[in-house]
Design a protein around this ligand. Sequence first.
Ligand code: GTP
Ligand code: MG
Length: 819
Amino acid sequence: MEASEETVRPHSIKRCLSGFELPKARMKGFRDWVFSQILSKSLVSSTPISVTSSFYDEGNQDEEDNEQGHSSSSVASPTSSASDLSYDGQSNQRISILPQVSDTEVFQSEDNVNGRRKDNLAKVEHLQIKFFRLLQRLGQSQENLMVPKVLYRIHLATLIRAGEPDLKRVNISSRRARAIAIQQEENGTPQLDFSCRILVVGKTGVGKSATINSIFGQAKTITDAFRPATNCIQEVVGTVNGLNLTFIDTPGFLPSSTSNVKRNKRIMLSIKRFIRKSPPDIVLYFERLDLMNSANSDLPLLKLMTEVFGTEIWFNTIIVMTHSSSPIPEGPNGYAVNYESYTSQCTNLMQHYIHQAVCDSRLENPVLLVENHPHCPKNIVGERVLPNGLVWRSQLLLFCICTKVLGDVNSILKFQNSVELGPASSARVPSLPHLLSTLLHQRPVSNPSGIDDEVEEILLSDMEEEDEYDTLPSIRILTKSQFEKLSKSQKKDYLDEMDYRETLYLKKQLKEDYRRRKEKLLLNEQQLLNSDNSDDQQAPPEPVLLPDMAVPPSFDSDCPTHRYRCFVADDQWLVRPVLDPQGWDHDVGFDGINLETTTEIKKNVYAMIVGQMNKDKQDFGIQSECSAAYVDPMGPTYSASLDVQSAGKDLICTVRSNTKLRIVKHNITDCGVSLMSFAKKYYVGAKLQDTLLVGNILKFVMSAGLMEGSRQVAYGGSFEAAIRGGDYPVRNDNLSLTATVLSFNKETVLSGSLQADLRLSRSTRATVSANLSSRGMGKICIKTSSSENLQIALVAVFSVLKALSRKRGANYTGKDVRD
Ligand SMILES: Nc1nc2c(ncn2[C@@H]2O[C@H](COP(=O)(O)OP(=O)(O)OP(=O)(O)O)[C@@H](O)[C@H]2O)c(=O)[nH]1
Ligand SMILES: [Mg+2]
């Protein structure tokens, strides 16, 4: 038997055994859909969604009161700190405990004064004007990736909330707002009124107070290199570039350990009490970049924060990493690590911990690098510059503005409670049209020879013909120098001839491969028959070469490859460990198992099991499919399968049955039924599909089906016409046109799509896919690849860039900047 050293990453099940199609895409498809449904609700806010009430609510009141009983004097009330703090001489910069008014409230008060109610769109437009004015003041170019992202989210949010008559207004609002902002900044009126409340939290000594001082450019709070400096919650107020900033500086948490939990919780509860009346717009969570590594885990602290403040706190949190110019630690093998890769590694690690603390991996918190050391290099205007060239102070202000503006838009348009974080809840209901289209596009269990039915059909028809390749006269292969000596037309003829021969050779190979597989199947049948009669010696199974695993060049005890090996002891079962490099047990890293098998139980009866199971301290996940099929070589194929996969705390179980009939030679009829159970609801579906092959070139597929569940029914059907190139399946040129109709809830959606895969010349391929639906939505995608003619690629790149820049100039908001 072959030794296998291969490990599998989670959710990337690979196929090793041939014979059956592994329906992984389908297995994941439903889960993806569940999450996309939820995410689509948060269009405004994949990162900063304004905090919901539970972050500030009266929840845990009993607990807080209990804790308060024990609270030490280290966390003083805000009023006690005010007396220690003095004005700094500038009228607009002081440390005080002023109640803050949010911008939304400002709108409301203005509206009352004017005696008329501004509509929500006007409020959003007003915010956009402010946003553009602030960008000008910060000197932030609108090319900064954050800016179009924010504008795009505002645009989407307003589109969702706008009524039909307002759509035109929404589309031009951003351009209008920009023009007004420029005008207002030139005139200096009206006065820009923007305030922001920022809560800073993190472990002690990470540089929270130092960062506040750096932002204001003066020592407004006390810092200390040797002992905790901030002993009470205090507000630090000041103005930077016309922005009224209020920082809520808090005492630092102690490193996570069982003895510190109580103290940390006490600090958090007092912060929670402090912010209840006037909640912050933004939370800055501090970490030291130079001390980040997986051994120094912050997870318990992040979990405690989530427990005390609620998951919503993470919606508005920006992660700030101080000491970003300090020397970064060496890599595990003693070599220096590149700055960019170290920072992205730390960012990923931090995000991973937050995902674990929230039990949800959809959050994406912005990360900002900061350096407060007085000797940090500065640019000509005296701003601190990081080793990667970033001027962090203006970047931090920009992040704050963006978060605040999006938060305000969320509250104006009432999006606050549209997203719930946490493990998947069973309240989700799958969409029937989605389930139906999955059923219609499901491929039945394929032939055990491992070759597609249609390909088999073509190969069988070609089988009788003599291999054309063998009848070809021999040809002399030219060396490079000989080829160079040929004239242009001779070169072309030579290459055409080679191309022709290559196609014929590939055809021959495919046929031989098919013949071999068929013979093997026959041999197996024979052996089965013989073994019934006598105990003849069996031929040893063909060894399988498994892919090698990349092993680091030097020994590293942290690399599991050096410690764990696995063997394939039996070619019937393929069992592999699943490696999760970011799993809770970073020492071992394996927290799952992957299993695959295909076997012939009886003559013409095949069984297949494919599955993966992951288990760690919190989560248990399973994805598996068990199928059994009866394949009559001359006639029908009957199959049944059970598909089990986990979605959050629920299990999705699907039982399917399929019958494939070949009554007429070029016609394949496929009938299927499916029963799915999810969250105590059942969904039943049925489909009928007919495939007609006309020669080797034309193919027509018609299908119709329905899906029923939750007392609703979705109907649908599709028609596909495909033309293949003469050299199919060796050359995969094809053109297909599909029309689909889906009807659900008295609404019928028609859609059409085109897919073309063409070989334009010997070295150039083009793929075109386009679709359009009766809802007016569509997509077109053109891909070309060429191994020659670099100039074509350059022309393509140039024209795409030009089109993009023209579009950007015309309208920021119409573009999906997320890609
Ligand atoms: N080199 C370097 N030193 C920093 C940086 N940020 C803060 N420090 C230093 O770290 C020490 C602690 O900083 P503080 O701002 O007091 O830390 P803190 O997080 O407010 O601590 P607590 O108030 O105890 O919660 C001070 O001596 C700072 O000068 C940084 O980015 N780089
Ligand atoms: Mg401090």
